[in-house]
Design a binder for this molecule. Sequence first.
Ligand code: ME8
Length: 668
Amino acid sequence: MPDSKKRYYITTPIYYVNGEPHVGTATTTVLADATTRYRRLRGDNPYFLTGTDENARKVTEAAQKAGQDPQTFVDAVSLRFVETWKFLKCDYDVFFRTTEERHRQVVQAVFERLRASGDIYTGTYEGWYSVTDETFFRDSDVDAATGRVIETGAAVERVSEDTYFFRLSAYGERLKAHILANPDFLQPDTRRNEVLAFIDQGLRDLNITQNRSGWGIEVPGEPNRIIYVWFDALINYLTESGWPDSPDWRTLWPADVHLMGKEIFTRFHATLWPAMLIALGLPLPQHVVAHGWWLIGGEKGAKSKGNIPAPQDVVAMLQERSGAPQEICVDALRYYLLRDIQFSSDAEFSPDILLARYNADLANDLGNVLNRVLGANFFPGTIPTPRADRNITAKLRETAETSVRDYEAALERFDWGAALAAAWRIVGGVNDFLQETAPWKLAKAGDTEAVGDVLYGALEATRIAALLVAPAMPSAAAEMGRQLGVADIAAEGGWAEATRWGGLAPGTPAGASSPIFPRIDTRTANQAAPKKEMQKTVNPTNPTFSPIAPTESATSQASDTITIDDFARVQLRIADILTAERIQGAKKLLRLQIRVGDGDERQLVAGIAESYAPEDLPGKKIVVVANLQPATIRGVQSQGMLLAATDEAGRAILLAPDTPVAAGSKVK
Ligand code: ME8
């Protein structure tokens, strides 16, 4: 490593190669990649490690099942991870494999040091081992009736052997003191509390060798003993730094953040690993952060169950449905993973929600915002010059500035959902701004200078939104940059400057504009053919894909309450009724032509014929759900739904704004 300065070191778990990558493992890798890209923008010289954990027993069992020798098997599956991360534009600095010789040497060096210091000692282990979980369990962890681990449901085997222990029990108090003194060491708080409770129960010394030979890292000088795979695997983060021999190891160590799913947090990354580091006299990582799981039909998506889709299949489905280029669909998947993965809870992975996010957030909001300005017939072709003495953009500018601050604060917690929500506040701000300032009217009135003020404000705010989006969706942001005439929307190290209002250079020619995320027609979403794509999931042992039974979708498990995010997905808008007519043969229905903002005229079918005469409706303002899946009612297409109350007599009463407000205005 040529750098002498400390780098911002980000890691994902190193994944077991007993099965292929899927949207679960992809989530942590995309979280790490987006964080790396963000840190690069900030000039923090990040370093991103991912890789594979290859010495596990479950890996040899998977190789056996596949009829391959372990090395051939791990080489092939490991390559699938490399390919998948490249496909998802995850631009890591190192792909770490625990079968590398340099790693064996460091693991053995750690073992020797800790044996010399008395932290590793010999004893007899009597208890349970689960190969699925690669974890030792005590009697109280196992359901005697089923012979399975209570927490995970995994099968166990009885173990009784002379072995080596790591003196974990000696480190509980020091670890607790560190956790209490560093509130952002373990995140989120719910998990941190879980770890404190786990330590309070008393940490027990851990069996760290297994009596077998062959695949795995040997105890130094003892070919019949293999070092326990978790003791080996955790050390990967340190091996990469070059410790202990490289003079540069402090350039990477301590790691800035270890990212992972919640199941490997409490027992391994938040207790065993820091205890090993304290025993070695090494500094602890700055942050250890766990996210929740993707559930599939309410159950954890896992490669051992084969119930969770491969990212490539999800992207293929999006490509087929949208017609957008592959890299744009990759960005859409990245967006969904980052936006909807939860830190303090689990979330359902659902193609329906992905499609709803795609249409609402990407096609409607982000992808369209530029087109609304650059595609308008009054756009002059180059970035206009705003007049310095006009403050028409003051509110929009403030929205952009607070959103940048919110985004930064969210990313201090690695909370990409909140960060992206902040970026979307800018996009929403631009749409509101256009609605309020109505540049098309200014253009009609011939006020070119005022049009310039508005267009500059809208484009500048969009540039800042594109910058915030860039770490999550690099290809879409680059395309936005191209349309804005900005050479490098995400220039390395230019964060402070780039987030400042006024970065767009007046006079620069804009690129040709076209919608980046073509809308997906979701009317066919529930039909069998397209859904089949999503039924392809990862086969745990075979590097090809195999279909499995369809799973229940998230929408069918709705509970009574919704989150603010759920509500935010419903786009309520003010609309003007243009025309209204009866539908032949349908007593209750009217066909309405409505305008939902500039250039957005559509037809909807409403069941209000018994309450309103068609001739009374044109000119009325109503509230509509603008992003409702289109439907065909009595052979008439309906794009949206209007809101109406029902009175005691069962009559429909249209909801309307209490003062006239422009069509397209948001209702929230
Ligand atoms: O545990 N939802 O490897 P692993 C969200 N080799 N994330 C998920 C997920 C889901 N349903 N399923 C998996 C190991 N993940 C060890 C790690 S590190 C020194 C050794 C993600 O292949 C999540 O990051 O079982 C989880 O922690 C990881 O994959 C587990 O990967």
